[in-house]
Design a protein around this ligand. Structure first.
Ligand code: PLP
Length: 358
């Protein structure tokens, strides 16, 4: 039979999302969702939507949302694009700025969607391995410049380790890198330092775009809403040329705007997650599961060689007890589990189950 696929698509193994199990009894610590629901203001906004409101096309540019986001971040609205989850922004960046056969820089390991989207664009990923301590190698920029990468992704805080690179180091990278630097800040709401804020630097840069999402920090993974922040010359081509004309529906725009407008609620929530994360890391470390200091809403725990079960066995055994965590079949992650920070109650249940298995 004729294979009609483009060769790069035929070769591609699709992205495998974390399992989504609808059963309410499952303790779901596998896809870094927020353990708490979105703000009551989002609930109220939802109640006020009527089916009649959906008769017309939505605002094509998500203007109300972008105005609210610009106010929140102290930027101009033209420096923001709203997208269908952060994932749509990643795809737009690649289709707008990377030619087929050009290179795209990224670390190894990183968010596993980057190489998949790169392959869909028929571009070539350049994977630069992180050092043993999971920090960026000193020659990172040299390595991506050697391949003339049109665009480079850095996820910060890093997934799946939770490590954070500070602004000074990122500035050095951005000024010496040849292409665009995308800093994926999907987890930035959970950093210990509330003053870590790259927005003003990014919008005044020539080549830096930040990714934000409502999926993690705002408890709205099901809504599919994210945004990009950067200088107008990088945002405008995506906003006016490459995104779908109506990329975000009316319901999503209304609810996302309500969510980011309730900062006190969101921030209280982030502080609770941070507190639970720091506690979870401490307890796991005391149990002998060496954890890396995380600035995200998950921790990466190493199962020691001396344990009764391997990491993948523990993943399976936890699953049998209706506790889902994430295990990656990757050289440097095989002995580890990535555990999303849950509610206090969920974290306690996890710790009890792990204690029995070890
Ligand atoms: C969750 C996530 C995103 C964006 O997810 P969306 O749900 O599409 O907004 C982007 N990058 C990383 C590293 C993520 O974990």
């Amino acid at each position: 039979m004729t294979d009609f696929q483009r060769p790069n698509i035929a070769r591609l193994e699709g992205y495998v999302p974390g399992e989504q199990i609808a059963e309410p009894t499952v303790i779901k610590l596998n896809t870094n969702e927020n353990p708490y629901p979105a703000s009551p203001k989002v609930e109220q906004a939802l109640q006020q939507i009527s089916v009649g409101d959906l008769r017309r096309y939505p605002n094509p540019m998500s203007d109300d949302f972008r105005t609210a986001a610009a106010k929140l971040h102290g930027t101009h609205r033209d420096q923001i694009i709203a997208t269908r989850g952060g994932d749509e922004l990643l795809r737009l960046l690649l289709t707008t700025y990377v030619n087929p056969r050009q290179c795209v820089g990224m670390t190894e390991p990183t968010y596993t969607l980057y190489p998949v989207l790169t392959a869909i664009q028929d571009a070539d990923p350049v994977l630069v391995p992180l050092k043993d301590d999971w920090s960026l190698p000193d020659n990172f920029v040299e390595r991506v410049n050697r391949h003339a990468c049109a665009l480079t992704f850095i996820v910060n805080p890093h997934a799946p380790t939770g490590g954070l690179i500070g602004q000074k180091a990122l500035e050095r990278i951005a000024t010496s890198i040849k292409g665009i630097l995308v800093i994926d800040e999907a987890y930035v709401d959970f950093t210990d330092d509330p003053n870590h804020d790259l927005v003003q630097w990014a919008v005044n840069s020539t080549n830096v775009v930040l990714l934000r999402t409502l999926s993690k920090g705002y408890g709205l993974a099901g809504l599919r809403f994210g945004y990009g922040i950067g200088p107008h010359h990088l945002i405008a081509p995506m906003l006016y040329k490459t995104k779908d004309s109506y990329n975000l529906d009316a319901i999503g725009q209304t609810l996302a705007t309500a969510a980011i407008n309730d900062q006190p609620y969101a921030q209280t929530n982030w502080r609770r997650v941070i507190e639970q994360r720091n506690l979870l890391s401490k307890v796991l470390t005391q149990m002998g599961l060496n954890t890396i200091s995380s600035q995200a809403n998950f921790v990466l725990a190493t199962i020691p060689d001396s344990a009764k079960h391997s990491a993948s066995e523990i993943y399976q055994l936890l699953k049998q007890q209706h506790i889902l965590v994430r295990h990656f079949d990757h050289d440097r992650l095989r002995d580890k589990l990535r555990i999303t920070v849950g509610t206090e109650e969920e974290n306690v249940t996890l710790i009890q189950a792990l204690t029995k298995l070890l």
